[in-house]
Ligand binder design. Structure first.
Ligand SMILES: NC(=O)c1ccc[n+]([C@@H]2O[C@H](COP(=O)([O-])OP(=O)(O)OC[C@H]3O[C@@H](n4cnc5c(N)ncnc54)[C@H](OP(=O)(O)O)[C@@H]3O)[C@@H](O)[C@H]2O)c1
Length: 271
């Protein structure tokens, strides 16, 4: 499998999404976010993942303005927060996000978390803003199989993406299979386990074998499972390191070893 930072995968509505993106959760608003995004774009990242709740959409927008790339060459994702869910408030939420980002559309708009009782009406609003061209693709995040089923039950349009925590220590095989079977692309958040398993023995052993860092091994594992991956770093050396994952391939035996590390670890609930 040969990839580069320009490699994309096609979503179920034909939109191409770059396989790797920079996640900006917990990068402080202001200069740190502007710098991180600016640097990522300079070294060739084409995809940035933000959200209203991260509080740094304005800074992502600033970094985009500083960059000479054409708008259509960069893929921007943002997300509707839980308290904005519901039909009208979702429509208003994307307008506010677009204003903060300084954009007329996002490439991908996601429902950040499932909110019980609002799944269907929020999804209807997502379809409306897709049709209006405010988002080129729409999807969900943190959805279980049941919540995906509820979403697609009476809808012509199925989510293009389910963004979930995914790494060898949370290898959700059933969810992945359901998504693949229903043409929903899985996108891996917290692919580095937020640093919590980078020192695991097997990860270290495999990283030495390929002469790659533990972070690179975990990113590559996701790519080889055909996921889109959005590692976060605010440091230039790591932003670069996390993109240097295209010059090696983890063999089947080592993939199996990594697959067997699953412990249903959800780092998202630990902070
Ligand atoms: N949809 C959702 O509910 C949801 C939830 C969580 C995350 N996300 C998205 O997914 C993105 C990534 O997830 P995440 O931020 O939770 O965690 P992550 O990418 O798994 O890990 C980030 C942590 O790893 C460190 N790190 C980065 N590169 C490294 C490297 N090469 N070597 C060693 N340590 C490294 C970072 O520190 P430094 O910054 O200091 O380098 C940071 O502490 C987020 O930014 C966000 O865009 C979405």
């Amino acid at each position: 499998m040969s990839f580069s930072l320009n490699s994309t995968t096609k979503l179920n509505n034909g939109v191409q999404i770059p396989r790797i993106g920079l996640g900006v959760y917990q990068i402080p608003p202001g200069i740190p976010t502007v710098r991180a995004v600016r640097y990522a774009l300079e070294v060739g990242y084409k995809h940035i993942d933000t959200a209203k709740i991260y509080g740094n959409e304005v800074d992502v927008g600033k970094a985009l303005k500083d960059n000479s790339s054409k708008r259509e060459d960069i893929f921007i994702t943002t997300k509707v927060w839980n308290t904005d869910q519901g039909y009208d408030s979702t429509l208003n939420a994307i307008d506010s996000s677009l204003k903060r980002l300084g954009l007329t559309y996002v490439d991908l708009y996601l429902i950040h978390w499932p909110v019980a009782g609002k799944i269907k009406e929020t999804w209807k609003a997502m379809i409306k803003l897709l049709k209006e061209g405010k988002a080129n693709a729409i999807g969900v995040s943190n959805y279980s199989i049941d919540e995906l089923q509820e979403t697609i039950q009476d809808s012509d349009i199925i989510p293009a993406i389910n963004q979930v925590e995914f790494h060898p220590f949370n290898y959700s095989k059933d969810l992945l299979k359901f998504c693949v079977d229903n043409k929903i692309q899985v996108e891996a958040y917290s692919p580095l386990t937020r640093g919590r398993r980078l020192n695991h023995n097997e990860v270290l052993r495999i990283s030495k074998k390929y002469n790659k860092s533990p972070a690179q091994i975990l990113i590559r594992w996701n790519l080889q499972h055909d996921l889109v991956v959005i590692p976060k770093s605010s440091r230039e050396n790591r932003i670069l390191e996390n993109s240097e994952v295209f010059d090696f391939q983890i063999n089947q035996e080592d993939m199996r070893t990594l697959n067997n590390l699953n412990e249903n670890l959800r780092t998202v609930f630990l902070d």
